[in-house]
Design a protein around this ligand. Sequence first.
Ligand code: KG4
Ligand code: ZN
Length: 371
Amino acid sequence: MKILAIETSCDETAIAWGETNEVGFKILAEELASQIKLHAPYGGIVPGLAAREHTKNLEIILNKLAKKTSQNKITRLIQETDLIAVTCGPGLMPCLLVGVAFAKALAYKYQKRLIGINHLEGHLFSGLLRDNGQADFRKLDFPALGLIVSGGHTELIIVKNFCDYEILGETLDDAAGEAFDKVARLLGLGYPGGPAIEKAALKGNENAFIFPRPMTEGINNNFSFAGLKTAVLYQVQKEKKNRSHPFSSKKDAKSTKTDLSSIVVCDLAASFQKAVIETLLIKTKKASEFYQPKIILAGGGVFANQALQSSLKALGEDLNKEIFMPEKKFSTDNASTIALAASFQAKKAFRSDRFYQKLVANPNLNLCVKN
Ligand code: KG4
Ligand code: ZN
């Protein structure tokens, strides 16, 4: 079965063409346009601009994708396709609408089956995709423990089977990736925040400041990163006050525009990153010991972070559990992981009879809802 997958939930316009059978999946072609440069001057994603960019780019990307295949033309590529899949949530509503409308138009024109995919399901199984674009389903063993750490979500999940999930815990406020982005902004490191913090952290001392490891006491699978972000803010204000001239005003110290030395910025970035990673690790270890999953499935944009990757790998060795973590290019948003998730969904009877008329975008789509 050949699947054409479309992803526009946030700031990446992506389309992938993949092939699946009973035991595996492989990417036949993929194409992605990042909007980082467009949003960078605003210090974050502007939903209206992102949606406009998706509208502009989707056809261009589909055309480029077709040219990467022997089909060469969009028409021939889609005629060869058995199923169209599109991210229908969660994400930014204006962005989701563009992708869903585009997918519906294609499905209607070519009379193809269409399914909506939960963006988080793409992240969840992303660790199964190897660098060569192939995934072997026989490596999966259920129940698995899922750990999603992205810009919009931080969740621990029990994966009972394909498409059968139970959310153990989620963030009560900011997601981990969001905290990276906000802390980067207050350290004056710009957007996108995650990679900027990681780069600064490499030059910093991770033990220079002790930040909280939120909600790591007792048994609780929820997360909270807003307080950690505020702890960094207070430390920034303290450092600035220490550096400021005795006659400078209180207002200067409160300003988030950083005038800290680059050493302090790197130390703050490293100490913050360590606090986030340790928090994720402590909670994953506790959940793993309690629920005794067969494997751990980790995914989401924050796994582009090498320090997080190596710490979780060490935890896997400690727990004697195989941990599937995404290759860097499959950690952040892309359409190949959406095509992979679609290959599981397509096998499920409850979704196989869904036609394009019924599909809607849902910015708050929950992983457990049979959309
Ligand atoms: O999964 P993703 O691409 O989009 C969402 O579904 O949210 O994740 C984006 C998030 C952003 O918050 C970004 O700062 C974070 O992933 N991120 C990183 C790194 N690269 C991206 N966080 C930490 N270190 C990185 N290297
Ligand atoms: Zn994502």
